[in-house]
Design a protein around this ligand. Structure first.
Ligand SMILES: C[S@@+](CC[C@H](N)C(=O)[O-])C[C@H]1O[C@@H](n2cnc3c(N)ncnc32)[C@H](O)[C@@H]1O
Length: 564
C-alpha cells in the first residue's frame, strides 16, 4: 500500500503560520504512515521547488527514523515558473528543470536511499537527452495524469507516441506507472479508480485499460536484473563452475576461432615459410600454437576447429597454472583423440621454458577494463615463446571510460561505510545508470610488446563535455569497458558502440567516487587515471578534476590492487 501526504502542506510558505502548521502536519502524517507500515508515501511537489529548505529538513529528519518505508517525492518533469502553467512554459522553453528541484532535495537529504522520485509526466515532455538522466536516478513511480491522454477518432483515450516511448523505458527498468485524474497534476497522482461520478469512472477505467495494454505491449522488451556489485578476482585458482560459465559464451569462442583461422590463412598466404613450422614429413607440416591460460581447454578447441577449417595441422601447447583445470584438458584430449596434437603444460606462463618457439600465441586474460586482470604482465612474460614475426591473439586492447550516474551503485558502495569500498572498482551489470557523456579511450596495450624496457604503467587525463540539451546531472563514478582486436578485423568488445553481439562474458567495470559531483548542463567532467605498477602489484588511482577537483582515490593501492 502506498500512502499520500496532503497537497496543501507547504513547509516553505512565506506565511509563518502556514509554515508551522505544514511542518507539524507533515511530521504527523509521515508518523502515521510509518505506524501503519506502508511500503511508501507519495509526497507532494514542493510549492517552491527550487527553494524548499524546510521541506527537505523535515524529510531528512523523518528519513533518519525510517527503516523500510520509502518516501517518494512527486517531481514534475517540467516545472512551471511561479504563475505559469506547465504546458505553456515547456512550449516556450522557459520552464524549470524538474531534475534540479529533485536534486536539491535529495542532496540535502544526503542521497538517502529511502528517498525516491515519483515522476509526474505532463502533456509536453522535455527533450529526450534530458529524460535519459532519470535512468540513473531512484525513480520509483511514474505518475500519468489523464490530461496527457489524447482521443482517437472514435473518442477513446490514446497515449501520444513520445509518452509511449517514455513508458517503455521505465517498464524496462521495472518502474511502476500510476494513473491519476487530470486535476491532480501538481499533487501526486491519486490512484486510478478514485472518482466521484459514474461517467468519470468509466473514463478512468478506459485509461486504465490503455495502460494495461501498453504495459503488455511495451514490457515485452527483456528486463535485466538490477546492477549488483561484484568484487574483481584477485589471484586464486578459478573453480570449475566459473570455467563452465565462461564456456557458455559461445560467441566469444567463435570470435577466437575466427581470429585463429584468419591468422592461419594469412600465414599460409605469406611468401616465406616461417622458421617455426615443423616438418612432420614431406607433405605434412605443423604450425606451433600455444594457448597460454588454457583453463579447461575451450581455446584449444576453438584453435583446433580453426585449423581444420584452414586445412592446417597444429602442434598445440596448452599452458595453464591451475592444476585442477588441467584435469579437464586431459579428459578433453582423450575424448577428442587429440593426445598427439596437444601437449599439456602445467606451469605459470611467466616461468615456463618452451621447447620450441610458437608462431601463434593465443590467450584470454582480459578483464572488464581490458588490462585489469594483468593480461599485459602475463603476456610480456609469455611473448618470449613467440618466434620473430609471430602473432599474438589478442593483438591489442584499449580501455574506455565514461562519467556515470547510478544512485543504486553509489548507495551500495556507501552502505559499506568505509573508505576501502569507495576506492575499489567493481564488475557490474550496469542497469539503472546514465552516462553523462560519450565514452573516451584510455589505455592501450599491444602484443607482442617490443618496447625496451617494457613499461605497463599508464597515465591519462580526459575531459567529457555534457550536452547542454541533456541538462545538469549528478556524477557517481565512472563506467569502464574494453575493446580488443583479436586479429586483423576480428574485434571482441564490451564497449557499447561496438559491443560484440550476444557475448556476455564481461560486464562493465565501475570506479566509484567518494563524493557525488553536480555537473551543470553543458559543463565539463575532467578525470585522471593512473595504472600503477610495483614489483608485486598493479593498481589504479583515479580522481575528478572538473567541474570541481576531488581527492585521488586508492593512493598507493591502499584499498585495492592485483597481485603479480
Ligand atoms: C579468464 S581464464 C580463461 C580460461 C580459458 N581460456 C577460457 O576461455 O575459458 C584465464 C586462465 O588463465 C590462467 N592463468 C592466469 N595467469 C596465468 C599464468 N601466469 N600462467 C598460466 N596460466 C595463467 C588462469 O588460471 C585461468 O585459467
Amino acid at each position: 500500500v502506498v500512502g499520500r501526504v496532503s497537497d496543501w502542506i507547504q513547509p516553505d510558505s512565506p506565511d509563518p503560520a502556514v509554515r508551522q502548521q505544514s511542518v507539524a502536519a507533515l511530521q504527523h502524517q509521515l508518523g502515521w504512515a510509518a505506524h501503519l507500515g506502508l511500503q511508501a508515501v507519495v509526497l507532494p511537489t514542493p510549492h517552491r521547488p527550487a527553494q524548499s529548505p524546510n521541506y527537505a529538513q523535515v524529510l531528512n529528519q523523518a528519513l533518519q527514523g525510517l527503516t523500510h518505508m520509502a518516501l517518494w517525492l512527486t517531481v514534475p518533469l517540467v516545472l512551471p515558473h511561479e504563475g505559469g502553467e506547465e504546458g505553456e512554459d515547456a512550449k516556450e522553453g522557459t520552464a524549470v528543470d524538474g531534475w534540479e528541484a529533485w536534486h536539491q532535495v535529495r542532496a540535502q537529504c544526503d542521497h538517502n536511499n529511502l528517498l525516491g522520485a515519483a515522476l509526474l509526466v505532463g502533456p509536453v515532455l522535455p527533450s529526450a537527452p534530458s529524460l535519459e538522466r532519470w535512468r540513473g536516478e531512484p525513480v520509483k513511480a511514474v505518475l500519468l495524469p489523464t490530461s496527457v491522454f489524447t482521443s482517437n477518432k472514435r473518442g477513446y483515450p490514446v497515449l501520444p507516441r513520445p509518452h509511449q516511448d517514455l513508458l517503455a523505458g521505465f517498464f524496462k527498468l521495472g518502474v511502476q506507472v500510476r494513473g491519476g485524474r487530470g486535476e491532480e497534476d501538481g499533487g501526486g497522482g491519486r490512484a486510478l479508480g478514485v472518482c466521484q461520478t459514474h461517467n468519470h469512472s468509466r473514463y478512468i477505467y478506459l485509461y486504465g485499460l490503455v495502460l494495461f495494454y501498453l504495459y503488455y505491449k511495451l514490457s515485452s522488451i527483456t528486463t535485466s536484473p538490477n546492477c549488483r556489485l561484484h568484487h574483481l578476482p584477485r589471484q586464486d585458482n578459478l573453480e570449475s563452475q566459473t570455467y563452465e560459465t565462461f564456456e557458455k559464451d559461445v560467441q566469444k569462442y567463435k570470435l577466437y576461432e575466427e581470429a585463429v583461422y584468419k591468422a592461419l590463412k594469412d600465414r599460409r598466404h605469406s611468401s616465406s615459410t616461417p622458421a617455426t613450422t615443423t616438418t612432420i614429413n614431406n607433405n605434412n607440416t605443423r604450425v606451433v600454437l600455444m594457448v597460454v591460460g588454457a583453463g579447461r581447454g575451450p581455446l584449444v578447441r576453438a584453435s583446433m576447429r580453426a585449423a581444420a577449417r584452414a586445412s592446417v595441422r597444429l602442434r598445440v601447447y596448452a599452458v595453464e597454472k591451475n592444476p585442477n583445470a588441467i584435469v579437464h584438458i586431459q579428459q578433453m584430449l582423450r575424448s577428442e583423440g587429440w593426445e598427439s596434437d596437444v601437449t599439456i603444460v602445467s606451469a605459470d606462463m611467466r616461468h615456463w621454458q618452451a621447447p620450441e618457439p610458437a608462431e601463434i600465441l593465443v590467450s584470454e586474460l582480459l578483464g572488464s577494463f581490458g588490462d585489469n586482470e594483468l593480461s599485459p604482465e602475463c603476456l610480456d612474460g609469455a611473448q618470449r615463446f613467440l618466434a620473430p614475426g609471430g602473432i599474438s591473439i589478442p593483438q591489442s586492447y584499449t580501455s574506455y571510460i565514461a562519467p556515470a550516474t547510478s544512485h543504486k551503485l553509489h548507495h551500495d558502495v556507501k552502505s559499506y561505510k568505509d573508505l576501502e569500498h569507495f576506492e575499489t572498482p567493481y564488475v557490474v551489470r550496469l542497469h539503472r545508470h546514465h552516462l553523462l557523456a560519450a565514452t573516451q579511450p584510455l589505455f592501450t596495450f599491444s602484443h607482442p610488446n617490443n618496447d625496451t624496457p617494457i613499461d605497463n604503467s599508464r597515465y591519462a587525463t580526459v575531459t567529457f563535455v555534457r550536452d547542454p540539451a541533456a541538462g545538469a546531472a549528478v556524477l557517481h563514478g565512472f563506467a569502464g569497458y574494453f575493446e580488443c582486436t583479436l586479429y586483423g578485423d576480428v574485434l571482441l568488445s564490451i564497449h557499447p558502440p561496438t559491443h560484440s553481439e550476444n557475448m556476455f562474458s564481461w560486464f562493465p567495470i565501475f570506479f566509484p567516487l567518494r563524493e557525488t559531483v553536480y555537473v551543470p548542463a553543458g559543463g565539463s567532467v575532467g578525470m585522471q587515471m593512473w595504472r600503477c605498477c610495483a614489483p608485486h602489484k598493479v593498481w589504479y588511482e583515479w580522481s575528478v578534476t572538473a567541474p570541481v577537483a576531488g581527492p585521488i582515490h586508492n593512493v598507493g593501492g591502499r584499498s585495492y590492487w592485483v597481485g603479480l
